[in-house]
Design a binder for this molecule. Sequence first.
Ligand SMILES: Nc1ncnc2c1ncn2[C@@H]1O[C@H](COP(=O)(O)OP(=O)(O)OP(=O)(O)O)[C@@H](O)[C@H]1O
Ligand SMILES: [Mg+2]
Length: 291
Amino acid sequence: MSPPQTVGELTDTLRHGSYVADRGLATALFVAISLNRPILLEGEVGVGKTEVAKVLAAAYDRRLIRLQCYEGIDTNQALYEWDYARQMLYIRALSEHQLADADAVDKLFGPKFLLERPLLDAVRAGDSAVLLIDEVDRADDEFEAFLLEILSDFQISIPEIGTIKAESPPLVILTSNRTRELHDALKRRCLYHWIGYPPPEREVEIVLIREPGISEQLTRKVVAAVNRLREIDLAKPPGVAETIDWAKTLNFLGETDLDGAIAADTLGAVVKERDDLELVKDNLAAITSGA
Ligand SMILES: Nc1ncnc2c1ncn2[C@@H]1O[C@H](COP(=O)(O)OP(=O)(O)OP(=O)(O)O)[C@@H](O)[C@H]1O
Ligand SMILES: [Mg+2]
């Protein structure tokens, strides 16, 4: 599919892929795609940051390349690595005579023994890919500085092989849950969009688009209850993913309504911390009352 011409067109395409984007998010994505800029999506937990990258890739027939960040991630895991095990086997298979040959040793550091990791993969794939750099806030400072370098010129130098450059860069989507503040330099490279909890109307729409079999009435009740839960000071407030899970659970059990007793039986779909359970368990009647 060719790139979107308007924000409205992009919104429709996402919706077709079962993703509901508001005007702000759709506009930010539209600009990112059109101007070839990386986009940083920050927001609450479970509000569709990762999902939008997946849906975009599928909708525009691009390959999704995902770099999941975590504490301690380094360039070997992100860029490339030499396949030591294969190199060792290769060396052992060589005769002493062959080992003296410089070519044979050069081959050890050729493409055959290179393990491509997501960033190298993405530079090679160029604009036929969506590069999702997920949960970048979990990686540490040095890794962020290194990412900055990659994002600025989409070029990777491998001493033994040479420089690889993307003709036209992939669409880059970074996500963060704000467990720590990202550096200004990284933010400056990117467009930025904050995804908060959707207003109830839109959350109902999201549940129904994801799980069309669930009744609207039940969905409304669930969304109202989840919104009350979000008002309480919970350690892990429920995201949209939990709303969907809860509605699905109730629907699966054949429930058509939500009251305190039913909520108590199914609370595990939406509240997933022991302390939080303690906090809400006596108030379930109020939390589930009315839509
Ligand atoms: N706007 C939306 N439209 C459609 N589905 C959505 C939307 N927002 C959230 N979802 C649903 O919620 C689920 C969780 O979304 P996702 O994993 O993208 O959240 P996240 O923001 O990446 O969360 P985390 O911070 O935990 O990584 C998705 O699988 C999707 O089904
Ligand atoms: Mg995510």
